[in-house]
Ligand binder design. Structure first.
Ligand code: MN
Length: 747
């Protein structure tokens, strides 16, 4: 690089740094500028010779992350400092000691957390879910670590283009599975949508492009509609002296795609592509009254759908969201969602908790941001179960809706849909949960397992004698309750095992035996138990009694343990280390080039095409190492792909098709349309006229003049299949042709 170019780059770095200072100005105190400058100088120097994959100077990245942290997440000076430094220890020669020499303890603690998390994430051989839990648990130190990590991920997603395709997929799936739900849970709506859209762009580029194109194509028409729809509302609100801004918010690409998949409809039939948002400029004390006034005005003009009124003003969502939603019928006969909220509520909805606490008056002297951070920590800490369970529970809690119930004193509690009386008990206090006997719901006695509904008033009945039982795990849905029950059961088992150990010692004494380590090992082998704790426990509950022990002793008479007891000088047998299970596939993978070539000589390689998505040559695919069935090939857009890639990244192998015309693959098509005379004939003719396509089976249903059918056929590659789809779509009477296992973006 020549001097001129370098000079230009230096100027650009400074320009970006200044724009960071500009976004800091409204919220960050002047005294803190110096710390930020120090951090910037330090980071710039540390990353001096370091470039991103795109070729840009590395320091662009930390500056961008710091900007997100202030502008989009709402954190303060310390977090800006840490964002600037977040990759220093990880990626340069500087160490944590260097950081703590130049910056305070708080900063070096946060950097330490960030570095540890990066370590965990970069090991491709570990299970992501477990890592994620560890990551969340480090939060008990400082929740800012995860918020900076979230900003880091957002910027990495925004610049994902420069990574190689395989890495793109891994990062995108991880984002979908871990970071987007996290952002949602913390109420960062805008970040969540952006992460999901960016992920979709890489996991299903075709879908993403198509929907985006359609959004662009229909923009003008949409704007005209919005104009005519909002005009009378605007006029009436003005007449009533309600100051407001009216916006039309288009749904994100990923949520439109979600709707298309869920309802199995083409883009054109997703009716709520956009929502009208009325943002009122109104003082805090008049918020609720004014929102309802606006509601009344809107529904005077347009007829509302009574089933679709949502009042999150009287009872905000758990993540802080407040808004009034209704769906009304436009004059063109289309349903339109209208959201009514104040400017304050709008900021909370877009920016999450940070904005929420900004508005809260603080009586305790604790600053708004501290309160917010504490709340986030509570949300994240409420899970104590096993890592994978935890992720599933976590997702469960995120995607289901919430119910609102009341305590006997009329206090309000938010719980996930499907929560039981027992979940409610644990949400109050661990002790209340552990001792829960039953509950009174709306003054009527119900069992622990009773599923609560919104609006229920719940009173928990407890008894000191009650203890958690294993079957309680079937009665709860919240991660918190599950975790608490599991740890209580573990505790009980441990206590019982202590008693069991004493009993066992006594029993063995009768046979003149001691409870030595060797005896324990021998007993474990005899009773086929994994650990001493299990042995003691089974003795305690009487599953291993006098009879069983006697049988053991007589079996071992003359050998094994008794001979050792008779001859205390014999060398104790060493416990043999558990043999590592042989894994031929893993071995095979080690020897093979890192890309699995598929399509030729299928029978020579131990892989199969997964029936869940029936991949054919031309599809983007990956291999997944299963425990029993060798390597399975899935399509990148297989419904199971996200889970497989993020939970078991280390079992995913690259796969590529070797084009070969000699093999046919099984694939399926779903057809819909109007039942015309001779249609079935036309379909089969079209299929068999296509060069060497064979139908394996075909199945049609007609109903009230419409038909639906499925055809399974042998085909060579995607090009071949797409040709056929195009031809079938042209047939008279056919309205829709989709590939089974994948929803087509184009109808
Ligand atoms: Mn980074």
């Amino acid at each position: 690089m020549d001097e001129v170019a370098l000079e230009k780059e230096r100027a650009e770095i400074l320009k970006r740094y200044r724009s960071l200072l500009t976004v800091c100005r409204p919220t960050i105190k002047k005294e803190d500028r110096k710390r930020i400058r120090q951090a910037f100088d330090f980071a710039a120097k540390a990353h001096r010779d370091h470039r991103r994959k795109s070729g840009e100077p590395y320091i662009y990245h930390p500056i961008a992350v710091a900007k997100i942290v202030v502008e989009e997440i709402g954190l303060g000076a310390t977090s800006v400092v840490c964002s600037l430094l977040h990759d220093v220890v990880e990626d340069t020669d500087y160490t944590l000691e260097d950081i703590s020499e130049y910056f305070d303890e708080e900063v070096s603690r946060i950097i330490d957390g960030l570095t540890k998390i990066s370590d965990i994430f970069d090991q491709t051989t570990s299970i992501q879910a477990e890592n994620f839990r560890k990551m969340l648990l480090t939060l008990s130190d400082d929740v800012r670590v995860i918020l900076i990590k979230l900003a880091d991920r957002l910027h990495n997603m925004r610049t994902l283009e420069s990574l190689p395709p395989r890495k793109q997929l891994k990062v995108a799936n991880e984002t979908l599975y871990l970071f987007a739900p996290l952002a949602h849970r913390l109420g960062f709506h805008a970040i969540k949508s952006e992460l999901e859209d960016l992920a979709l762009k890489y996991t299903e580029p075709e879908v993403y492009e198509t929907i985006q194109q359609k959004l662009a194509d229909t923009k003008e028409e949409r704007n005209r509609f919005i104009q005519s729809f909002t005009k009378p509302i605007r006029r009436s609100l003005q007449k009533d002296k309600l100051d407001c801004t009216i916006l039309a918010r288009t749904k994100s690409v990923s949520s439109i795609w979600g709707k298309m998949k869920k309802k199995e409809v083409p883009f054109e039939e997703v009716y709520d592509i956009f929502a009208i948002r009325i943002i009122l400029d109104t003082p805090y004390f008049r918020e609720k009254a004014d929102c309802w006034r606006a509601y009344s005005i809107v529904t005077d003009i347009y007829q509302p759908n009574p089933d679709r009124l949502r009042d999150w003003i009287s009872t905000p969502k758990a993540n802080g969201y407040e808004s009034l939603h209704t769906t009304v019928m436009s004059r063109q006969g289309k349903w339109v969602e209208v959201q009514i909220r104040t400017a304050r509520m709008d900021e909370v909805a877009e920016k999450g908790y940070a904005a929420h606490w900004k508005y809260k008056e603080s009586a305790s002297g604790e600053s708004g941001i501290d309160k917010w951070l504490r709340r986030i920590r509570e949300i994240l800490k409420s899970a104590e179960s096993d890592a994978l369970d935890f992720i599933d529970d976590f997702k469960l809690n995120l995607f289901s809706d919430e119910i609102i119930v009341f305590t006997p004193k009329g206090e309000l509690r938010t719980l996930p849909l499907g929560s039981t009386a027992l979940d409610f008990a644990y949400s109050i206090h661990t002790q209340v949960g552990d001792n829960c006997l039953g509950a009174k719901v709306n003054h009527k006695l119900v069992p622990l397992s009773y599923t609560l509904k919104s609006g229920d008033q719940v009173e928990i009945i407890t008894s000191k004698k009650q203890l958690p039982k294993p079957d309680w795990l079937n009665y709860v849905t919240t991660a918190r309750a599950k975790g608490k029950i599991k740890s209580a059961l573990k505790e009980q088992r441990k206590r019982q095992a202590e008693d069991g150990k004493e009993i066992l010692e006594r029993k063995l004494k009768q046979f003149k035996m001691e409870l030595s380590q060797d005896t324990v090992q021998d007993l474990l082998k005899h009773f086929k138990l994994p650990a001493p704790l299990d042995l003691y426990y089974e003795v305690a509950i009487g599953k291993i009694g006098q009879k069983e022990i006697k049988a053991y002793v007589s079996e071992h008479e003359g050998g094994g343990i008794l001979s050792y007891i008779r001859n205390p000088f014999a060398r104790p047998k060493e416990a043999r280390p558990a043999e590592e299970p042989k894994d031929p596939i893993r071995q095979q993978l080690k020897k093979k080039p890192d890309t699995l070539l598929i399509g030729d000589n299928m029978e020579n390689l131990s892989y199969t095409l997964s029936p869940c998505c029936n991949p054919i040559p031309g599809d983007d695919v990956f291999g997944f190492v299963t425990i029993q069935d060798g390597i399975k090939i899935h399509r990148n857009n297989c419904p199971n792909a996200v889970q497989l890639m993020s939970k078991y990244a280390y079992r995913v192998v690259k796969a590529k098709w070797m084009t070969s015309k000699s093999i046919a693959f099984l694939s399926g098509l779903r057809l819909k349309g109007i039942d015309e005379v001779g249609l079935l004939q036309n379909i089969t003719n079209t299929i068999s006229s296509e060069y060497s396509v064979n139908i394996r089976n075909i199945h049609f249903d007609t109903h009230d003049g419409t038909f639906e059918g499925e055809v399974m056929l042998y085909i060579h590659d995607t090009q071949h299949l797409n040709n056929l789809i195009r031809k079938l779509k042209k047939l008279k009477g056919i309205s829709k042709v989709t590939r089974i296992g994948k929803m087509e973006a184009v109808s």
